[in-house]
Design a protein around this ligand. Structure first.
Ligand code: 0A1
Ligand code: ZN
Length: 878
């Protein structure tokens, strides 16, 4: 067992900082092996805090302390105490200057937190608590300071030296070194500090803000990637314009910089004026990146840019408030992407993501509220709940207020809290102040974990034209929260008449008629009843239109009603959802009884949708995609891994066989006609075409194999190449092996493309995949030190290949545990993320449970386990 069991931090223990730091001047003498960091802090006692024992404790980890002085007087070890996590100055005045000098070792930093080396460059990652690995500081977000940063380095090795804010000085020094000084005028928390040193080239552009200020835009990359920055730059300019128009937010510095690095634990980081990106979210050329990559880049560039206001100008008081910036910023980037592409398809994908990741999290051992109450390691809480559910909670408030009031509320938030570190409650207070609404009960969305289940029952009385919905809400218990109070839930619904038109939705106690269409019911109680009147016929209800709240719906639709909604609902989201529910039903019936017949009317509906040329192809592709195997598993009492895989394959094959001619026509009609463009229409065509090809390959259609090979050989865009490669690899045989070899030969020097080569093999359902993955771990291009590579092989296998990862012999689990144990000492964040693939072990059959539990226990038995992995493993077994 862990020798010193790490202690949790609790929200209820929050205390304002006893000291504040108004200004920091940093001087770095950069060297990968040995960097010197000199920090000069202007410290003063916080008048708003209670007095402690007169000492000041600064955070600091893995720092070699060389010197400390106070008000220019050198201190001796008798004046302070140093331990592995802090430097404590024993007696300090109310206001003073403090200087510390430390040494750090970027080249040894494999955790990628603090200052580290990525290839030939040096870069930083300080969120959440990485700044303490750079210098001694009050490394907490409610201490906001102005930063001046001086960077000194060898000019040849590190010609580009960047930090936050504006560049105010640059000059050569003797011995081939140079110096650059940066000044950031906006006070910020330490987690937003960044520096970059490297031999980088920049793509440059400019932007004029709504009020007429000129901003330089620069994207820094390694020189060979200069031709892959156009899309990122276009996305950035669009995001800047959109934020002005939609939220009235302008950029505030003279320069906005993005740097692409190849070793990065997460997607990207919003450091003030100097966003550091995982290069996966910057670099794209039609022949190297798929439509999904293009979309990801547009979304992440916008997300980080939007943080400049939601996160940087207004930041979090403490890390329990993480969703204050993340939930709101995800909501903003979702809305941006909806405006740039197809709103309907965007909503479908966001909900798909929420259901695939957040719902299971909410139902598992790591369930936590959007505003958690405690954590052992904050890095474990950059979760789907904080990000995606947090965005849904903002979305519900936006919908409850309506667009105008919501804009007034966000204007108020920006005005009231600019320059402050605040809480999610401060955010809700602005919503209330601008709208006059009471969101008291609504606040439960922030502090109760778990996904509410809505059971709805319909009763009609044909004689008097009424129709009654009885709605019960129930939220299952989650760890530490056995009993839940009812949530305030906005429920958008419509009622459809027999011709598919929306009927009026007038409630029994309402004096006048309401227009036909969607209306929002507000649920507040455990059980509520809504009686609609004046209905000429019994309607088909369209419930949860547009997915108005992160809840699960139970309603006993007949298959005919689902087919009807799929064809007629005026709400595009619900047309998709009806199709998915139908497919899910069919698949689960096949799991229960593989001999069960697939009704003809299913194929007829599928065919009608497939050939509906008036419909948006991107939306069609979503409608006709089978629910994923993991999602199907989430719907079962006990996940039947093999049964689901078999049912999935069987239904896919039947569709391919029964609708072969139609699928082939759709495939051929939607081929590429010109050079690649990234538009919703063009990517929709590609999605539909490749979906059709997939069904044909499932059916073993001989013509499709040829089409696959030609598409692989001829396509100039990575979307089509990858779609074909995936199908060829899953098909196996000489065709699969040959395609993989060819792909490798062509792309082995493009790291991000090579990641695709690894993951396409890791996610293949072929029986020998685990053996192949283990073999690939020894490939000369594989490295545990590059998170993207680890995710593309190990992460892809464990999270996106259920049938092979959950093999009954436990080989997948052993493999994952071995990887976690090898990775944990190098990079705890990545290790603990991988480990999460096993925490839902209780959802499986007895034998698999035993196997997974044993592997988690094997990890937990390691004495030197990181806090990160310890928290996940111990909570998984609780
Ligand atoms: N704030 C970033 C995400 C991020 C979080 C932690 C990191 O390192 C531990 C890095 C990035 C975002 O939301 O984009
Ligand atoms: Zn973010």
């Amino acid at each position: 067992m862990y020798r010193n069991t790490p202690h949790p931090v609790f929200l209820r223990d929050y205390q304002p900082p006893e000291f504040l730091i108004d200004r920091v001047d940093l001087r770095f003498e950069l060297d990968p092996e040995r960097t010197s960091v000199e920090a000069r802090l202007q410290v003063r006692r916080n008048p708003a805090a209670t007095r402690g024992d007169g000492s000041l404790r600064l955070h600091g980890e893995q720092l070699d302390l060389e010197q400390v002085s106070m008000n220019d007087r050198l201190l001796t070890p008798a004046d302070y105490r140093v331990d592995a996590e802090s430097l404590t100055l024993l007696r300090v005045p109310d206001r003073f200057g403090l200087m510390t000098r430390v040494r750090i070792h970027p080249s040894l930093n494999t955790a990628l937190e603090g200052l580290y080396q990525s290839g030939d460059m040096l870069c930083t990652q300080c969120e959440a608590e990485g700044f303490r690995r750079i210098t001694y500081f009050l490394d907490r977000p409610d201490v906001m300071a102005c930063y001046g940063t001086t960077l000194v380095a060898d000019r040849r090795r590190f010609p580009v030296l960047l930090s936050n804010g504006n560049r105010v000085e640059s000059r050569d020094l003797p011995d081939g070194r140079h110096l650059v000084r940066w000044e950031d005028p906006f006070p910020k928390p330490s987690y937003l500090f960044a520096l970059i040193a490297g031999d980088l080239s920049a793509v440059e552009d400019g932007y004029t803000t709504a009020s007429g200020r000129a901003v330089e835009l620069k994207i820094y990359v390694e020189p060979h990637n200069l031709d892959k920055c156009d899309h990122a730059m276009r996305s950035l300019k669009k995001a800047m314009r959109w934020d002005e128009e939609r939220f009235g937010r302008e950029y505030d510095l003279d320069v906005f910089m993005i740097v692409a690095v190849s070793h990065f634990n997460m997607g990207a980081m919003e450091n003030k004026g100097l966003n550091v990106f995982n290069d996966k979210y910057v670099l794209a050329r039609p022949d190297t990146a798929t439509d999904a990559d293009f979309e990801g880049i547009e979304g992440v560039i916008a997300h980080e840019y939007f943080h400049n206001w939601t996160g940087n100008r207004i930041t979090c008081r403490d890390w329990f408030q993480l969703s204050l910036k993340e939930g709101f910023t995800v909501y903003r980037d979702q809305e941006f992407s909806a405006d740039m592409g197809s709103r309907g398809v965007k909503r479908i994908n966001d909900v798909r993501l929420l259901r695939a990741h957040q719902f299971p999290e909410d139902g598992g051992p790591m369930a936590h509220p959007v505003r958690p109450e405690s954590y052992i390691e904050i890095n474990n809480f950059y979760t789907a709940t904080v990000y995606q559910k947090g965005a849904e909670v903002v979305r519900m408030q936006a919908n409850l207020l309506g667009p105008e009031r919501f804009r007034q509320a966000t204007d108020l938030y920006f005005e009231r809290h600019d320059g402050q570190a605040v809480t999610t409650d401060d955010f809700v207070r602005c919503m209330e102040a601008a709208s006059g609404r009471d969101l008291g009960q609504f606040r439960r969305w922030y502090d109760q974990a778990g996904t509410p289940e809505l059971s709805i029952q319909a009763d009609d009385d044909a004689d008097d034209g009424t129709y009654t919905l009885t709605i019960r809400q129930h939220t299952p218990p989650t760890p530490g929260q056995p009993v839940k109070m009812p949530f305030h839930i906005p429920l958008a619904i419509g009622l459809l008449g027999p011709d598919g038109q929306d009927l009026p939705t007038r409630l029994a106690d309402e004096p006048s008629a309401t227009a036909p269409g969607t209306r929002v019911l507000e649920l507040r109680e455990a059980e509520q009843r809504f009686r609609f009147t004046g209905l000429p016929v019994r309607p088909v209800p369209s419930l949860l239109r547009g997915f108005p709240a992160p809840v699960k719906l139970r309603f006993a639709y007949s298959d005919d009603e689902l087919l009807f909604l799929m064809a007629h609902d005026s709400d595009g989201f619900n047309r998709w959802d009806a199709a998915q529910t139908l497919l899910q039903r069919l698949l689960l019936a096949l799991v229960a009884d593989p001999e069960v017949g697939i009704p003809d009317q299913f194929f007829a509906a599928f065919r009608r949708a497939l050939l509906d040329s008036s419909s948006d192809r991107a939306l069609l592709a979503e409608v006709l995609t089978l629910p994923s195997e993991s999602y199907l598993g989430d719907q079962m009492e006990v996940v039947d891994i093999d049964g689901i895989h078999h049912a999935h394959t069987m239904l896919g094959r039947h569709i391919g066989e029964r609708l072969g001619e139609d699928l082939l026509r759709v495939y051929r009609d939607n081929g590429e006609t010109g050079p690649y463009v990234f538009t919703p229409q063009a990517s929709g065509r590609r999605a539909l075409k490749n979906l059709a090809l997939g069904y044909l390959m499932w059916a073993g259609d001989a013509r499709a194999l040829g089409d696959c090979q030609s598409q692989f050989a001829a396509a100039h865009n990575m979307t089509d190449v990858m779609a074909a490669l995936r199908l060829l690899v899953d098909h196996g045989g000489a065709e699969g092996a040959q395609a993989l070899d060819e792909f490798y030969r062509r792309w082995s020097r493009e790291s991000l493309v090579l990641d695709k080569w690894f993951s396409v093999q890791a996610t293949s359902p072929r029986p020998d995949t685990l053996a192949r993955v283990i073999q690939l771990m020894g490939h000369s291009d594989f490295s545990l030190r590059n998170p993207n590579r680890v995710r593309s092989l190990v992460g892809a296998f464990c999270n996106a290949n259920p049938v092979r990862f959950h093999a009954a012999n436990g080989g997948g689990y052993r493999f994952l545990a071995d990887c976690v144990l090898e990775l944990d000492p190098l990079n705890p964040q990545i290790a603990s993320r991988l480990l999460k693939a096993m925490i839902h072990w209780r959802r499986f059959d007895h034998d698999r449970q035993t196997l997974m539990r044993a592997e988690i226990a094997r990890i937990l038995a390691i004495e030197e386990l990181s806090k990160d992995a310890f928290e996940v493993a111990s909570k998984a077994l609780e």
